[in-house]
Ligand binder design. Structure first.
Ligand SMILES: [Zn+2]
Length: 323
């Protein structure tokens, strides 16, 4: 078989495998949900873990893979059936239910009837998390804890309603202290205006509320939840190990924006603040997932972002699965 022919065949195979896996995921354990495609449940031991698709966004390869050689990039994009100007990505939030705890991880983009004005730019907020939670019979006041993995818009947008009401009034909010101190110090003054807008609108007021700043690394944060430092994307980004009985899931937040970042640890994104630390974090999380045989949940991967990492001859690969 000629190389080109082989590549075409293997790409087709990858594509077929990929869709079958997602088809199974979307129909497993979710038939009771009115919007099955946007809500996926998978128990981690005793913890009922529900992943919500808040919204989707389109990213560009020129921002996702800023230092990739063009030919290698084309090959990688072809494997995942995406084009340079259209990398679709969900925003997600995860609810953990166990005993009397209802822990929400990240809050989505938020929702507003009319676009919000960031400077002179109208920005539509079309996050559906709040609506999806209500459809599941979960009220904002039921949430006991909210873990915010970092203070970017797609993770903090849903803290307050359009009218400025705290959507989770009984929750304790957990954020790493390195993340908090970065965004509330002069270090972040040059960050883009829309980042500052979301911080002011959705995080600043938490200072006077039920806020817990996490210190250190590998912190036993809540029952079944261990907080792991995952800096690089931002200075205090968190990954989370969700564990119960012998089952474990690693929520990687934005340490990897696409499976290609697992397969090419040297490919940088314009969204990471510190490329060297981001790379160290990627290796740290991959080793962790591999060593403890953890399912991985990646925020920006094809919904619901569940899969496993495999290692062959020091090369990492990603496989979508919920097993
Ligand atoms: Zn993100």
């Amino acid at each position: 078989m000629k190389r080109r022919q082989f590549l075409q065949n293997s790409t087709a195979l990858v594509g077929a495998f990929h869709s079958v896996q997602l088809h199974e995921l979307n129909h497993m354990g979710t038939t009771m949900f009115p919007a099955a495609d946007d809500v996926v449940t998978r128990h981690v031991g005793n913890i009922k873990t529900t992943i919500y698709k808040d919204t989707t966004h389109k990213y560009m390869a020129k921002n996702y893979f800023i230092n990739a050689a063009p030919e290698e990039l084309t090959q990688a994009l072809t494997k995942y059936q995406i084009t340079p100007d259209n990398i679709p990505s969900p925003f997600i939030a995860v609810l953990l239910e166990q005993g009397d705890k209802r822990i929400l991880i990240d809050t989505g983009l938020g929702f507003s009837e009319k676009p919000v004005m960031v400077g002179n730019n109208p920005v539509p907020l079309n996050g559906r998390l709040n609506q999806l939670l209500q459809q599941q019979g979960i009220k904002g006041s039921d949430i006991t804890d909210v873990v915010i993995t970092h203070l970017h818009p797609d993770h903090i947008g849903g803290v307050y309603s359009d009218e400025g009401a705290l959507l989770f009034p009984n929750a304790r909010f957990h954020i790493h202290e390195d993340e908090w101190s970065y965004w509330f110090s002069s270090q972040s003054v040059n960050q883009p205006a829309h980042f500052r807008f979301f911080i002011d609108r959705n995080v600043a007021k938490l200072k006077d509320g039920n806020l817990h700043l996490i210190k250190g690394d590998f912190v036993d944060l809540l029952p079944g939840v261990t907080a792991v430092k995952a800096e690089g994307h931002t200075p205090g980004q968190l990954a989370l190990i969700i564990h119960s009985q012998n089952d474990r899931m690693l929520y990687t937040s934005d340490a990897f924006l696409h499976p290609i970042h697992i397969e090419r640890l040297d490919w940088q994104t314009s969204y990471d603040l510190d490329h060297a630390k981001a790379r160290q974090t990627r290796m740290k999380l991959l080793d962790l997932a591999h060593k403890d045989n953890m399912l991985v949940n990646a925020f920006h991967f094809d919904f619901p972002g569940l899969g496993r990492v495999d290692k062959t001859n020091n090369n990492w690969t990603w496989r979508y699965t919920n097993k």
